[in-house]
Ligand binder design. Structure first.
Ligand code: DGJ
Length: 732
């Protein structure tokens, strides 16, 4: 059983195949965090709660008969505000008395098989026998607020999912000030914090720095997760590398204002919290009402950051991405955006489809510009009816012409947005988010719709439903191109305005749920000015997310390497475009380390380019399974080497290997040996280009010699090499 409760010691032990997590019910029913790390046998974990004699300034509870216990020093399982723990608190509630003192104590617990759903929120799921859950009931005696701490153990993956449910069982309304999804107190002051930051066109830059005393934090208050910070942090131990050493990953299944805060105290311990950003958050809970936090994913690896990433790469398609497309072969698509922007009509799109078909492309996506009077980005968001001046004969006729060519059809939407110059705005100006009496900001000439309101969501759903249900649509791109300012809802009373941001996210999830439930066979791809809402919440609904508007293959290396830290390769939207930085081969090699597709004008290709694309399409089909379900190894990171970048896919049976090397900048030498990873040392592998046979042990410990002609350095910047190694059925 992955979850055990030792009645005598009052210790919960939660085991995955690689990790153990332990909690103690201590005197006066304090919940103390004992351990999170490598899997342990049953043993005496209790001494881990002590952190030395506490200072005379540290508060203590006189009822606790232990001079070494103070809520300010001891590792607390779910920290609260103002009752003896001066470090950052995971939970704080303002009761009828007006103060925010909060003190949660253990009441009871349940252990059960399976994984509960989180109402209204994306969350991991499990079939019978795949997970077990511990639910700890805690109580703040003064307000009557109960907090249920939920831990689901996915034993086979080294993963735990955590969330909290708050119930107001008192008789007065309370205001929730902070409700983090998880709190973890770790002896990790000497660890480094790894996270992903960025901006439009440069998402997922990897940052790694030592923890410092005090509070460090990554957050969003933009309404969306944003490209600025991803809701993910890894903590890596002093000697942790890509393939060895201890790494913890913390990922929030949420698409709105989030916070991941780490406080390092003077005893060299680190408390990590992740959850809804408490800034601009306050939730009124009436007696009898409940509030559920988003889910936090915790992963532990002893195989470095690479092992952590591979666990998440395998875990998410099985337990988070609910679309039938999570594991199904996706159609190879071409997108009209970079090829045509707003400048297209039905004939041009049919020509795209015709040419694409000749190349082996399976689906045409009609991007922005097909609706209302949308001929540029100044107008028409909200008017989701077909522009028949552009698509003469209407959408059905266009789709029929495309389908008759044997090509499927996809369509673009930006459902959360409205332009002041739109019919929808003229009919419902109050549907755009704004704070009464204040000037309101525009961004890309648009406003955000108040998704907290049911009638707004109903309108957009109805408009989308009418188009989608009447047409043979195989794919939807859901875009989102601005953040929220002047946040307020005219539909909420003043004492509930603090709920706005979270209600917005719940509204988006509701609409996404309705669309994906009404059209379960449609492949949904999320997008937010590139990868501006690339988060696990979105992955729940859409198995792929456009990674960046930057289609320069060299820039893409760091964007995709960064995203691979915590997202499956199969989830990263990546296209070959007309970007001049590198040739078609390198653009394809990089896009193949993602969903793979095209975003260029297929009518403008030379015969030679067409032949190259046909070969790429064949390679895409040949390597599809290896890339989608193999193990991914980041061999040489573009963030750490300024000349070249290497990565590798290894099939789960270790018999197939795909190595890619990209020259970002020509190095001053032409010799290079690359050690491979994850092979079977006892197998022999044939280099499919040269016919040379190597032992797996040699390839891993000695490496493959890429020097000279083998390596494309002599051909200069932007060149690449992809090598396949296949295991021999018998030893040579
Ligand atoms: C931003 C997206 O990232 C692009 O791919 C494209 O869909 C445009 N929006 C369309 O406006």
């Amino acid at each position: 059983m992955p979850i055990l409760f030792d009645e005598k010691q009052k210790i919960f032990k939660l085991d995955t195949k690689t990790s153990t997590y332990a909690i103690l019910i201590y005197q006066e029913n304090y919940l103390v965090h004992l351990y999170y790390g490598a899997r342990l046998p049953d043993c005496n974990l209790k001494p881990l709660m002590y952190r030395g004699r506490f200072d005379s300034l540290s508060p203590y509870n006189p009822k606790v008969e232990d001079p070494l216990f103070s809520p300010d020093i001891s590792p607390m399982e779910y920290s609260t505000n103002g009752a003896g723990d001066f470090r950052i608190s995971a939970f704080s509630v303002q009761g009828a008395a007006g103060n925010t003192v909060t003190d949660l104590r253990y009441v009871s617990h349940k252990i059960y098989n399976g994984k509960p759903k989180l109402p209204g929120l994306p969350a991991t799921f499990a079939k019978e026998g795949e997970a077990q859950t511990l639910e700890l009931e805690t109580l703040d005696a003064v307000t009557g607020v109960k907090v249920f701490l939920l831990y689901t153990v996915f034993e086979n993956y080294g993963v735990m999912a955590r969330s909290v449910r708050v119930e107001n069982q008192g008789d007065s309304p309370v205001m929730l000030q902070r409700v983090y999804s998880a709190c973890v107190d770790l002896p990790a002051m000497d660890y480094e914090m790894v996270h992903l930051y960025g901006r439009w066109n440069k998402e997922n830059s990897l940052a790694c720095h030592p923890l410092m005393h005090g509070i460090q934090s990554i957050r969003s208050k933009r309404g969306m997760t944003s490209a600025n910070h991803n809701p993910f942090v890894a903590l890596k131990s002093p000697h942790c590398s890509e393939e060895s050493g201890e790494a913890y990953g913390f990922h929030l299944v949420y698409s709105g204002n989030f916070a991941i805060d780490i406080e390092c105290d003077t005893r060299e311990f680190s408390r990590l919290l992740l959850g809804i950003n408490p800034e601009d958050f306050c939730w009124k809970l009436e007696p009898g009402e409940a509030f559920v936090s988003p889910e936090a994913i915790l992963v532990y690896s002893q195989e470095g950051l690479g092992g952590m990433s591979r666990t998440l790469h395998k875990f998410y398609p099985e337990h988070l991405m609910r679309s039938e497309w999570a594991k199904k072969k996706r159609p190879l698509l071409i997108n009209s955006w970079e090829a045509a922007y707003f400048n297209f009509d039905d004939d041009k799109l049919v020509e795209f489809a015709e040419k694409a078909k000749e190349l082996g492309i399976e689906l045409l996506v009609m991007d922005d510009g097909w609706f209302g009077n949308r001929n540029d980005d100044h107008r028409a968001l909200g008017d989701w009816y077909v522009n028949e001046k552009k698509l003469k004969g209407g959408l059905s006729s266009l789709i029929k012409r495309v389908n008759d060519l044997g090509v499927q059809f996809g369509i673009w939407y930006e459902p959360e947005m409205i332009n002041p110059d739109s019919d929808l705005y003229r009919a419902h100006p109050d549907w755009a988010i704004r704070a009464p009496g204040r000037e309101h900001s525009l961004s890309r000439y648009q406003c955000v719709l108040d998704m907290t309101r049911q009638e707004v969501r109903d309108n957009i759903f109805r408009q989308m439903y009418d188009v989608i249900s009447q047409n043979n649509i195989a794919y939807i791109k859901w875009d989102c191109n601005r953040h929220i300012t002047e946040a307020a809802s005219v539909a909420l009373p003043p004492d509930r305005q603090g709920e706005f941001f979270h209600r917005y996210v719940l509204g988006v999830y509701d609409l996404m749920d309705r669309i994906t439930t009404a059209f379960p066979h449609i492949l949904l791809e999320n997008c937010s000015s590139g990868g501006g809402r690339f988060d696990p919440g979105m992955l729940y609904y859409s198995p792929q997310i456009w990674a960046s508007d930057n289609t320069d293959p060299i820039e893409r290396l760091s964007i995709q390497f960064g995203a691979s830290l915590c997202y499956p390769i199969s989830s990263m939207g990546a296209h070959v475009s007309a970007n001049p930085r590198a040739g078609l081969a390198t653009k394809a090699a990089v896009a193949m380390c993602g969903t793979f597709g095209y975003e260029l004008d297929p009518r403008k290709m030379t015969e030679e380019e067409k032949e190259a694309v046909k070969a790429q399409v064949a390679q895409y089909h040949r390597d599809y399974d290896l890339i989608r379900s193999g193990d991914f190894y980041r061999l040489v990171s573009p963030a750490e080497n300024s000349f070249h970048c290497e990565w590798e896919f290894v099939s789960t049976d270790k018999r197939e290997v795909l190595l890619t090397s990209v020259i970002m900048r020509q190095p001053p030498h032409n010799f290079y040996i690359q050690k491979l990873a994850g092979l079977d040392p006892d197998l022999y592998y044939r280099d499919e280009d040269t016919g040379e046979v190597y032992s797996g042990a040699l390839l891993m410990h000695g490496g493959v010699n890429l020097s000279g002609e083998n390596w494309p350095i002599s051909r200069g910047d932007g060149h690449s090499l992809t090598k396949r190694f296949l295991a021999l059925s018998r030893q040579p």
